[in-house]
Design a protein around this ligand. Structure first.
Ligand code: PRT
Ligand code: MG
Length: 215
């Protein structure tokens, strides 16, 4: 295990909100991650690098110790099954909710209390299966990688499980939220072995990031 520290950050909206937070903690990348083609960014802190990667890949890098710390959405963490990483902090950024949604016309005559078998399109297969298994509802899950909102409009599924923030996307597609599965925000995760071996460096870093949280 290298002695330096590496932080993996989800690109996209989490990165946009994490950068000011990291900057407040004294961590500023030497190049702008939005325009740089570099995959590993040095920062103003010696021996501290950022890797900016796809959201779903963050837990994988941290789990295997290729990054010591990671910033990822709770949605991604719920979906990832793997050991070796631990959730440390709710950063309070990139907030949204994971919900079950369906067409307005279906919702008009639907009663979630009476659900027994659902056909759901989602990218959150594990979380969806767990949520409904706990309630004794059977599910046929169709795995998608994006634009879940389209599925009920073209008959691929009756319902979707997706993230909602303002609700504008659901409204624009005549869908309504019928059940909430989880509150989502970005979390700081750590590789458990790294936390033991680089305890001093990591705890001071975690404390500095913790002081910047909006949770
Ligand atoms: O690009 P890539 O495929 O690698 O990943 P991604 O598209 O999932 O990345 P990105 O940049 O969208 O960031 C995803 C992370 O941001 C998620 O893992 C969440 O933790 C967090 N997040 C917070 C959100 C939202 N809010 C959100 N509203 N991710 C997605 N959305 C989408 C949602 O899926 C829906 O399509 O926004 C739409 C709904 O927004 P409203 O405001 O219309 O309700
Ligand atoms: Mg995207």
């Amino acid at each position: 295990m290298a002695t330096g520290i590496r932080i993996a950050v989800s690109k996209g909206r989490i990165l946009d909100q994490a950068l000011p937070m990291l900057s407040g903690a004294g961590i500023v990348p030497k190049e702008d991650p939005a325009s740089s083609r570099k995959l590993i960014l040095d920062t103003c802190v010696p021996d501290l690098q950022l890797v900016v990667i796809r959201a779903v890949d963050v837990p994988t890098y941290v789990q295997h110790g290729s990054a010591d710390l990671g910033i990822a959405g709770k949605d991604v963490l719920l979906e990832h099954d793997g050991e070796g990483l631990s959730e440390l902090l709710d950063l309070g950024i990139a907030r949204c909710r994971m919900v079950v949604a369906e067409p307005r016309v279906l919702a008009a005559e639907d009663d979630p209390a009476g659900w027994y078998k659902l056909r759901i399109a989602t990218k959150y297969v594990n979380t969806t299966r767990r949520h409904f298994a706990a309630k004794g509802v059977q599910t046929e899950i169709i795995k998608l990688y994006g634009s879940m909102e389209l599925a009920p409009l073209v008959g691929l599924s009756d319902r979707i499980v997706d993230l909602v923030d303002s609700g504008a996307t659901l409204r624009a597609n005549d869908l309504v939220e019928v059940e909430q599965i989880a509150e989502i925000s970005a979390r700081l995760v750590v590789n458990i072995a790294a936390l033991r071996m680089k305890h001093g460096k990591l705890t001071s870093l975690i404390e500095r990031i913790g002081n910047e949280t909006k949770a």
